[in-house]
Design a protein around this ligand. Structure first.
Ligand SMILES: [Zn+2]
Length: 419
């Protein structure tokens, strides 16, 4: 176990700079076709590469499409997407062990994508640390400082491998097992329950958590993980929700008035199959909120419509994601909604409460067709709505803090200004 010292870096010390000038993605201009397309199933199993050296992808969230002996004692791992075209957000996750302790030079190579995620390592699949940066060598790095243009063609990892299993993954593993366990734990509270609102294409439950008194007059909708590798967005959602259920005067008062609905895992099949972005229908779910060709998006739409039919009103919809930097994709500030002007006040409040933090806010005025969840929430239900993006490398401590401050500010402003 000596080699673990090499990895003794905490996730808060990540050194990759965030560029506040990063502006985020351009408006979506092409017309999405969200009718299902084939995806390529991944062979699942254990590979013995050389004598006594083993790799496996045979676990939830695993992704390792092939592994071969390369030149100069290098082992080459092939990582491929579920289908193409696809974003260059190559997820990888595998376990490695060896009969005899040794250093393994492993080259991560990608098909239809580049190296994006800084490797995390774990000895149990639950507690993760950043891999020691002196053991990572990126090859063919892009000339941009930030974003897609900064990605490398490949990455070589020097791994100290022994008979103890070493987990290596693009981000901390948060599969359906982890997420559902968190929901069950939350549901120990008397005012929280979990219900199934549909099934994914592969038959996994679409689970929705309810927080509140159950008046169902004033409601909020929170979703995350439409895109499987976007674990930092999931962490922000988790912290946000955990602060909405806090045992504080503010949170109690808020929960008396507002019922909160949370679907933390919008794409359970994609997550458990180790996808880069799509569901098992081969579709980017966050382009399906106009046509609803996929069961995962339809489940949430039907659930919300049912609640409204029963006399409720949604005031706010938040969709948590991850990208290169922390960004808020908002509606225009002045647009009339069920909470007109709220988002601006809220983001101003967050800025005031977190010293030296300047939120990167990107309003979008093109709201139809409602391909993305934010637009659907607003156009169909009149909610304030936004996409809450967290950087891939944002420190996990900062994510927690941001989730907490965001929840507190939201509750305070809604209670004070929208009586
Ligand atoms: Zn996303």
């Amino acid at each position: 176990m000596k080699y673990l010292i090499l990895y003794f870096l905490t996730l808060t010390t990540i050194a990759i700079a965030q560029d506040t000038k990063y502006k985020g993605q351009a408006p979506i201009s092409s017309i999405p076709v969200t009718v299902s397309k084939p995806t390529i199933p991944q062979y699942k199993g254990t590979f013995e590469v050389t004598d006594g050296l083993y790799f496996t992808n045979d676990f939830q969230g695993g992704r390792l499409n092939g592994i071969i002996e390369g030149e100069n004692d290098t082992i080459v791992a092939v990582i491929a997407a579920e289908n193409v075209p696809i974003n260059s957000s190559a997820w990888y996750a595998f376990k490695v062990w060896s009969d005899v302790s040794k250093n393994v030079t492993l080259k991560l190579t990608y098909q239809n994508a580049k190296h994006r995620y800084y490797p995390k390592v774990s000895t149990d699949g639950l507690n993760w640390e950043l891999m020691d940066s002196t053991k990572i060598f990126e090859i063919g790095k892009g000339d941009q400082k930030f974003g897609g243009g900064s990605q490398s063609e490949a990455a070589v990892l020097n791994l100290a491998v022994s008979s103890d299993t070493l987990w290596v993954a693009a981000q901390e593993l948060q599969t359906s097992t982890h997420v559902f366990a968190w929901m069950d734990e939350m549901a120990q509270s008397s005012f929280i329950s979990v219900a199934e609102i549909g099934k994914s294409r592969e038959g996994r439950p679409m689970k929705c958590m309810h927080i509140g008194a159950g008046k169902d007059k004033k409601m909020l909708m929170i979703i995350s993980r439409q895109h499987p590798p976007e674990v930092t967005g999931y962490f922000a959602m988790k912290s946000f929700v955990e602060n909405l259920v806090a045992d504080t005067k503010l949170a109690k008062k808020f929960r008396k008035e507002y019922d909160i609905y949370v679907v933390p895992l919008m794409n359970p099949d994609g997550v458990d199959n180790g996808h880069f972005r799509h569901n098992v229908g081969g579709i980017d779910l966050n382009r399906d909120w106009a046509d609803f060709n996929q069961p995962e998006t339809s489940a949430v739409r039907d659930f919300m419509r049912e609640k409204v039919k029963d006399g409720g009103k949604f005031y706010f919809g938040i969709d948590f994601h991850s990208t290169w930097d922390d960004i808020y994709y908002t509606l225009p500030d002045t647009i009339p909604s069920n909470l007109t002007g709220f988002t601006k006040k809220w983001l101003d409040g967050i800025e005031t409460e977190i010293p030296d933090y300047k939120p990167n806010v990107r309003p979008t005025s093109r709201l139809e067709p409602t391909w993305v969840s934010r637009n659907f929430f607003f156009v169909e239900f009149g909610t304030e709505a936004l996409v809450f993006e967290i950087g891939d490398n944002t420190s996990r401590e900062f994510i927690k803090k941001k989730g907490k401050v965001s929840a507190e500010q939201m509750m305070q402003i809604i209670l004070d200004d929208y009586k």
